[in-house]
Design a protein around this ligand. Structure first.
Ligand code: PLP
Length: 466
């Protein structure tokens, strides 16, 4: 048996969490319209809704918060942040934004306009897989979002090391057949929508080179850049002896632009980035949109102290002992579930364990949201909050308005960074094992209320008979 490696930190401050009774949880879930997104956090015991902005900051980050410069323009903290970006990614131009979608909303319309000026009549972004807000912002900018994820990612039982990869043949065909309409390619690292799965260095290089040869801009959606780099070091023998900072530099050397939700690997509770390698003219056009949408160009919707925390967080994200401890904890939960025969996306992803609800409820139709059924049952059983990544999140076809089946019906157990212990993971696993034993008794869902976009956040449901 390999020797266990403990967390590379000790706890200096604690936040109490409250266990509720089953009756309290039932009442809370009914009031929330059977949608865990609408629950009050005080009614949740262990919150695995997301790893976004939910992690614990370090003493170094808190110390730098006190040094934050709150000047409206030209804040010292902005220059500290852009220096960190320059050192880590080798990118010259930094726009801070309030979070990842802030970058999407200021960047995509500019890129769509540029593509139209060059003759695009049906603008489209190509990605291994667009995250849901990314797809929403592509569509709000008047373009379409097409995914080119490799086929192994769709089979949760196949343990492929690189399930975040592009299907390069399909990508290449699309570039050949539809070049004039392509706005950009977006490489999402790791790929959240297929289970926090990494993209290999070879695949990043090949996709980026194909795009570059065709004159298409390459964007990295960098929310989980450090976790992707860690997987490359673990799984690609060409990088076994390379440092994480060097792997990150190499990944980003393939991109022209990156957007980042810094609430993940950036280790902050709020913040994001929109950065440009060297295209000063594009940077300036996007800056112009930043002012009315996010705020002045040296704060972009953030306080000086938020930028100060991010400058330190980006550096801490690269620490290998942190990455090892984080990814091992997610694996620990995944392996416990696997040992109990619960079907999950394999191998276990970087930030979350994705449970395959389609396999648990083969008879519940996508439009009756099997993964949402599972999330609700887990909450009722234990007070653990998870989230649906499936037909509910995917939304309707924007052209036909029809509900189409998503590629997956997954329940995501998302682990915040540096926040919970393995004992919390044991409780989550034990609770889910109990729920799955009762799978036959759980009821499908239908909408009581559905909003037009990003409906998963506000939808309300009722149960129907099976
Ligand atoms: C891959 C990816 N891209 C973009 C976003 C959007 O970032 P934010 O929630 O900070 O707006 C997320 C958020 O979860 C994400 O996982």
């Amino acid at each position: 048996m390999s020797k266990s490696v403990p967390e590379p930190w000790r706890i200096k401050m604690i936040e109490p969490i409250r266990m509720t009774t089953k009756a309290q949880r039932k009442k809370a879930l009914i009031e929330a319209g059977l949608n865990p997104f609408i629950l009050k956090s005080e009614d949740v015991f262990i919150d695995l809704l997301t790893d976004s902005g939910t992690g614990a900051m370090s003493d170094r980050q808190w110390a730098n918060i006190l040094l934050g410069d709150e000047s409206y323009a030209g804040s010292k903290s902005y220059y500290q942040l852009s220096q960190a970006v320059n050192e880590i990614f080798d990118f010259q131009y930094t726009i801070p934004v309030h979070q990842g979608r802030g970058a999407e909303q200021i960047l995509f319309p500019v890129l769509v306009e540029l593509a139209k000026e060059k003759g695009a009549s049906d603008p489209v972004f190509l990605s291994n897989h667009h995250f849901d807000t990314t797809k929403a912002h592509v569509e709000l900018a008047g373009a379409r979002a097409n995914n080119f994820i490799c086929s192994s990612s769709l089979q949760t039982e196949i343990a492929d090391d690189w399930k975040g990869n592009f299907d390069l043949n399909e990508l290449s065909n699309e570039i050949k057949n539809n070049l004039k309409n392509i706005v950009a390619i977006i490489i999402t690292v790791t790929c959240n929508s297929v289970g926090g799965q990494p993209v290999s260095m070879d695949n990043i290089r090949s996709a980026a080179r194909m795009a570059r040869d065709a004159g298409i801009p390459v964007i990295i959606d960098a929310a989980r850049f450090a976790e992707n780099a860690y997987f490359i070091k673990q799984r690609d023998h060409a990088f076994f002896h390379e440092t994480i900072p060097n792997i990150v530099k190499e990944m980003f050397s393939e991109a022209d632009i990156f957007t980042m939700s810094a609430k993940k690997d950036g280790m902050v509770n709020i913040g994001g980035l929109c950065c440009f390698r060297n295209n000063e003219s594009l940077f300036k056009q996007v800056q112009l949109r930043c002012v009315p949408m996010e705020g002045f160009v040296t704060y972009g919707g953030l306080a000086g102290r938020d930028m100060a925390a991010m400058a330190v967080g980006l550096q801490e994200a690269l620490e290998e002992d942190h990455l090892h401890s984080r990814i091992t904890q997610v694996e620990y939960l995944g392996h416990k579930l696997q040992q109990a025969g619960i079907p999950i996306q394999t191998p276990v992803g970087g930030h979350a364990v994705f449970v395959d609800a389609r396999k648990i409820f083969p008879d519940i139709k996508p439009e009756n949201f099997p993964a949402q059924v599972l999330c609700n049952a887990l909450y009722l059983e234990s007070g653990v909050r998870a989230t649906e990544i499936g037909s509910l999140m995917m939304g309707r076809n924007p052209i036909t308005g029809q509900q189409e089946p998503a590629l997956f019906e997954l329940m995501r157990l998302t682990i915040p960074r540096r926040t919970y212990t393995d004992n919390h993971m044991n409780y989550v696993a034990d609770s889910l094992i109990e729920v799955v034993k009762k799978a036959d008794t759980l009821k499908p869902l239908e909408f009581e209320y559905e909003s037009k976009i990003l409906r998963q956040f506000t939808a309300r449901f009722r149960e129907i008979e099976r």
